[in-house]
Design a protein. Structure first.
Length: 237
């Protein structure tokens, strides 16, 4: 029987709470981080609001990758995170997307009377949902479309509504569709919604964890930045 490889004694594990839009990029970065450092990383994905609620209730995370700045700032203010550790690791983009290759053209698509279901992330917990509502209000169509909105718990579920045809179109993260050309899409102009700055922060539970600090340092570096770029993110600070 071949021996089972084990991490070096100095290796540690970091548990990271990650906003759902960053799922694919985080998984790639995690593999590269483990390969470079021999530390281990495990992820929990969800909406930023849901993850923050779990952190306030004592969830055993050591790093928090949010899809906004608000919750990391709140974590520091509440004594749940290390004050000088917060930084912007990425900037997100919002896209109106449909699996129908001819459906989405531009903002005028939202005035199509034949569309019955438009997916958005829950604006109460997901920054991409807040951004989607801001776009609808800026375009003057929110009141007319509100009865047709289907809310996902997070941006991952919102994308699934569109990908499975349960909604004809929806507002998703560019990162979710950046690696394929299926369907039709409209990249929403930045001026129509608040900046989707994504902040990371070291949680108090991870203050003495070398893997946690190493992961955040790796997240700022060129290898991780190359992954973010491939998924359509701005690099951040």
């Amino acid at each position: 029987m071949l021996p089972v490889a084990t991490p070096p004694a100095s290796a540690q594990r970091v548990r990271v709470a990650v906003a759902a839009n960053f799922t694919a990029a985080a998984k790639e970065i995690g593999v590269l981080f483990e390969r470079a450092t021999r530390h281990e990383v495990s992820y929990s994905f969800g909406s930023t609001g849901q993850l923050y609620a779990q952190i306030t209730q004592g969830a055993p995370f050591e790093v928090f990758l949010a899809a906004d700045r608000t919750r990391p700032v709140q974590a520091v203010a509440a004594g749940l995170a290390v004050a000088d550790s917060r930084f912007t690791y990425a900037a997100g983009r919002l896209v109106l997307f449909s699996m129908d290759e001819s459906l989405v053209t531009d903002a005028t698509t939202l005035r199509n009377p034949d569309i019955t279901r438009i997916a958005v992330a829950n604006p109460a917990t997901a920054p991409y949902g807040t951004a989607a509502v801001a776009v609808l209000r800026a375009l003057g169509v929110y009141a007319a479309l509100a009865p047709r909105l289907v809310r996902g718990n997070n941006i991952a579920q919102t994308y699934q509504f569109v990908a499975t045809g349960n909604a004809e179109l929806g507002f998703v993260a560019l990162s979710q569709i950046a690696r394929h050309r299926a369907g039709s899409r409209w990249l929403v102009p930045d001026r129509l919604y608040p900046t989707l700055a994504h902040d990371a922060v070291l949680l108090r539970r991870g203050a003495d964890n070398r893997a946690a600090r190493g992961f955040l340092a790796f997240l700022k570096g060129p290898v991780a930045n190359a992954v973010k770029t491939r998924y359509g993110y701005g690099i951040g600070e």
